[in-house]
Every structure is written in structure tokens, then in C-alpha cells.
Design a protein around this ligand. Structure first.
Ligand code: IFM
Length: 471
């Protein structure tokens, strides 16, 4: 591993080549992705795929409540049925295994496994036990996220992540899950994307529970990170053999011009997107620039909290999708300046693989204690159609190829990256965008629940087979 990542970084080509499509998906011979210990898997999340929201005494979550409010989710979609994975999990595991995927990242629905008094729900627990045992039988490495946004509604009714007590309830939940599931989980992630939970949930109201106040966002973030910190020792005690970490969505901000004001704007974009989460976890403090961006929003922090939050991680999961081009807003913040003529996905997100490499190499410079990294999500939405039983998701194939090349570049620049999970295994409930946006490498026909393997998944399978066959 290089000692000075920046020196190596400077010698990298300025852009990850767009390359050609389908048949050249396989990485070049010198790619680090050929290493057999580089884990390649796929990810999902409970509310996005499970459905069965009223079964086996599952309690309502904030997303059941939010999606039932007219206008909150495109086309009025909800996760009530989703991919019906709660009933079809056996076939879904077969499909995952048949694709040769080595890892599966799933999340547990908190409202499924305990009641409001903290009493375990055996039926819900058994679902995850069966699922994880089957994955283990198939030899699939399991990454389990405890919180991927489906907070029990009864906790939101008492303030949700604005209430410090929720962090302690989360530690109780982590305790139950790690006692029950120890031995079937290879890696635990406490939270998925606290930025989304805090900012989209409490800062701008685009996600459940739909509150919109920057001060709420910073306090919710503090309680989320505290929940993470309280859960870590519990997970370590109950399941010592597994890895423990957290998953953050990371965002690249680029300046619209060379002006100092725009450079500052891009810096502030990344402060609120990345440092807001990574500084407390890895440095034990919030970035002061955050409060320049959002004056007067300092959260209430009690003695010892930052120490709890910054306990060492075994891994950091990073989810990457796009970059945001920004300019100064003329005051103390930034404004988005969408670039013209760039490639975009069905979400309208710019395809920008270099951002993944640049962020990871940048983190290595900023955080001397950066733990091993997994890319816990990467992928794109496209309006995929099944034609004669096939889905030719050409843009996704190119997207994945270019992002995997960026990962290879970051590894060669000295970042310790151990694996990559496609987002997502199958099309699913894309939060405020409902079922219209298709992120899967497997197509789901929601009227019949038929799964159709997309061309991208076939090519990943082909690569994994080739890699396995290599001496
Ligand atoms: O679908 C989401 C996922 O739940 C969290 N990360 C981003 C994905 C795409 O928006």
C-alpha cells in the first residue's frame, strides 16, 4: 500500500474511461477486482423489498405513516407489498446464489422484531433467522444493517430521533438482534446513511417523518450517531467474531468556477454531506464549518457522547451515487448549479465515477484512522423494460464498469477497499419515488412479482465465474 496516496493520485488518469459496453464488462487484467478476497455482492433494505407490513405482528414504521400521506410518495406508492420478499425470500436467495454473488447486504425491520415494550417478536425474529441461515448454507457473506430508515412509529410518536431516548432504545434493539443472530452475521452495520435519516427526514422533510428544520436535523444526527456509538460495544460483546461498522452516503461537491467563493461552496457542500458524519465518527468532533453553513444549529451534546460516537470501527461502509456541482449562494452557503450536457440517470443524478475515487482518496488523507472500506451501495436507476424475456440495461452496465474502475483506481492509490455491493439486487420501493425508479440488477414486475435477470446481472455473474475459475 502506498504511503502517500496523494502522490499516487496525482498520477492517475483524469477521468475513468467510459469504455465500451456489454461484452467488455469484465475488468482489465491488472484490475485489483480480480483478487478473490475482494467481495462482490448486492444490497437491499427491509422496507424497500419485504412488504407484509401487517403480518406476524409487525408494528407500523414511520414509512408506513409517511407513504400513506397523499403527495409524499410518487404515485401514492407504499411499501405495503413491495417485492413481497417476506414471502418469496427462499426464491430470492436462490436467485442471489445462482448469480454467484458472494455477499448480501440486507437490513432488519426494527418494527418486526420487538414490540413497544421491547418484548421480542418471535415470528419476526424467526424470519431473519431463516433467511440468514439459508444465506450461510449458500456460502454467502452476510452484511446486516440494523437501521435502514424504518423507525417504529411508536418511537417517532415520542419524538423519534429528536428524542435522546431513541438512541438507548436502539442499543436495546441492537442487543436483542446480536444475541439472537450471532453466528449468522459476518458484518453488522448500525445505521444506513444517517445523513438521509437526519437531513431528509428532519431537515427538509422529503423523507419520513417529514419534518423540516436544520436545527432538528443536527440534533437528530447527534442522536443517530449516539445510537451507533451505544450499539457498538453491545454488538462487540454479543457477537465478537463479526465485523462492526456503519454505512454513510458520501457526496462529491465540485465548484462551478475557480473563484474562492465557489471553492468554499464546494467545501461546505462536502462538510454537510460527509464531514458532518465522518468527523464525529473518526475525529470525535463536529466540523465547525457546518455551523457556519447552518448558524445556530449546534446540537445538544452531553459529556462523553463524542467519545462514545468515535470508538473504533472495523469498517466504514460508503454508498456513492453522483456529484453535485455548486456555486456560492452569495451568503454563507451553496446552491446547486446542474451541469448541462452531462450523462444522467433516471433519477436525474449525474454519472460521475471519478467522484467515488476522489472522495475515497481524499478521506484517506483527511482521516489517519480511516478504517477498511466497503462500497456498501453503488448503482443507478433506469427505466428498464422487459422485451422478449430480457432486459438490456446498457447504461447500468457502463455505469457499473466505470465505477468499478474508479474503485480499482482508489485501491491502487492506497485506499483499503475490501468489497462492493450493487444497489440493488432487485427493483424496489425507492422511497419518495415509489416504484417508478428501477435500481435493480434484477427486474421486478410488480403486478406478478416475476423477477427477470437483467443483462447487467448476467455480466456480473460471468465475471464472478471467470474470477472463481482463475488459478
Ligand atoms: O434506495 C436507496 C437506498 O435505500 C439508500 N441509498 C440510496 C438508494 C438509492 O436512492
Amino acid at each position: 500500500m502506498a504511503n502517500d496516496a496523494s502522490a499516487v493520485f496525482d498520477t492517475l488518469s483524469p477521468a475513468v474511461s467510459r469504455g465500451s459496453l456489454a461484452d467488455s464488462f469484465t475488468p482489465p487484467a491488472d484490475s485489483t477486482l480480480w483478487r478473490k478476497n475482494f467481495l462482490l455482492g448486492a444490497a437491499t433494505a427491509s422496507y424497500q423489498i419485504e412488504g407484509a407490513v401487517n403480518e406476524d405482528d409487525r408494528l407500523p414504521s414511520i414509512w408506513d405513516t409517511f407513504s400513506a400521506i397523499p403527495g409524499k410518495v410518487l404515485a401514492g406508492d407504499t411499501g405495503a407489498v413491495a417485492c413481497d420478499h417476506y414471502h418469496r425470500w427462499e426464491a430470492d436467495v436462490e436467485m442471489l446464489a445462482s448469480l454467484g454473488l458472494e455477499g448480501y447486504r440486507l437490513s432488519i425491520a426494527w418494527p418486526r422484531v420487538m414490540d413497544a415494550a421491547g418484548v421480542p417478536n418471535r415470528k419476526g425474529l424467526d424470519f431473519y433467522k431463516r433467511l440468514l441461515n439459508r444465506l450461510k448454507e449458500k456460502g454467502i457473506t452476510t452484511f446486516v444493517t440494523l437501521y435502514h430508515w424504518d423507525l417504529p412509529q411508536h418511537l417517532e410518536d415520542r419524538g423519534g430521533w429528536l428524542n435522546r431516548d431513541t438512541a438507548y432504545r436502539f442499543a436495546d434493539y441492537a442487543d436483542l438482534m446480536s444475541r439472537e443472530l450471532a453466528g449468522t452475521v459476518d458484518a453488522w452495520a448500525t445505521l444506513n446513511e444517517p445523513w438521509c435519516s437526519a437531513y431528509l427526514g428532519y431537515g427538509n422533510g422529503h423523507h419520513a417523518p417529514g419534518l423540516a428544520n436544520d436545527r432538528f436535523a443536527t440534533q437528530a444526527m447527534h442522536h443517530l450517531l449516539l445510537a451507533h456509538g451505544l450499539a457498538m460495544p453491545v454488538l462487540r460483546a454479543n457477537d465478537p467474531a463479526s465485523e462492526k461498522g456503519i454505512v454513510a452516503n458520501i457526496g462529491r461537491g465540485t465548484p462551478n468556477s475557480d473563484s474562492a467563493a465557489d471553492q468554499r461552496a464546494a467545501h461546505l457542500f462536502e462538510v454537510q454531506h460527509n464531514a458532518w458524519i465522518l468527523d464525529p465518527l473518526l475525529k470525535g468532533s463536529y466540523p465547525q464549518d457546518l455551523f457556519e453553513l447552518w448558524p445556530g444549529t449546534e446540537p445538544l451534546v452531553l459529556d462523553g457522547d463524542m467519545q462514545t460516537i468515535s470508538a473504533p470501527l472495523d469498517f466504514l461502509g460508503t454508498n456513492y451515487y453522483f456529484r453535485t456541482n455548486v456555486a456560492s449562494d452569495g451568503a454563507h452557503g451553496f446552491r446547486d448549479v446542474p451541469l448541462e450536457g452531462v450523462e444522467r440517470t433516471q433519477m436525474g443524478w449525474e454519472v460521475y465515477p471519478d467522484g467515488l475515487r476522489d472522495l475515497l482518496t481524499g478521506f484517506k488523507k483527511t482521516y489517519h484512522n480511516l478504517p477498511p472500506i466497503y462500497i456498501t451501495e453503488n448503482g443507478m436507476a433506469s427505466d428498464d423494460q422487459v422485451t422478449d424475456g430480457h432486459v438490456e440495461d446498457t447504461q447500468r452496465i457502463s455505469f457499473l464498469k466505470r465505477h468499478l474502475a474508479a474503485v480499482d483506481q482508489a485501491i491502487k492509490a492506497g485506499v483499503d477497499i475490501r468489497g462492493y455491493f450493487l444497489w440493488s439486487l432487485m427493483d424496489n420501493f425507492e422511497w419518495a419515488f415509489g416504484y417508478e425508479r428501477r435500481f435493480g440488477v434484477v427486474h421486478v414486475d410488480y403486478s406478478t412479482q416475476k423477477r427477470t435477470i437483467k443483462r447487467s446481472a448476467e455480466l456480473v455473474e460471468k465475471f464472478l465465474k471467470e474470477r472463481k475459475a482463475r488459478a
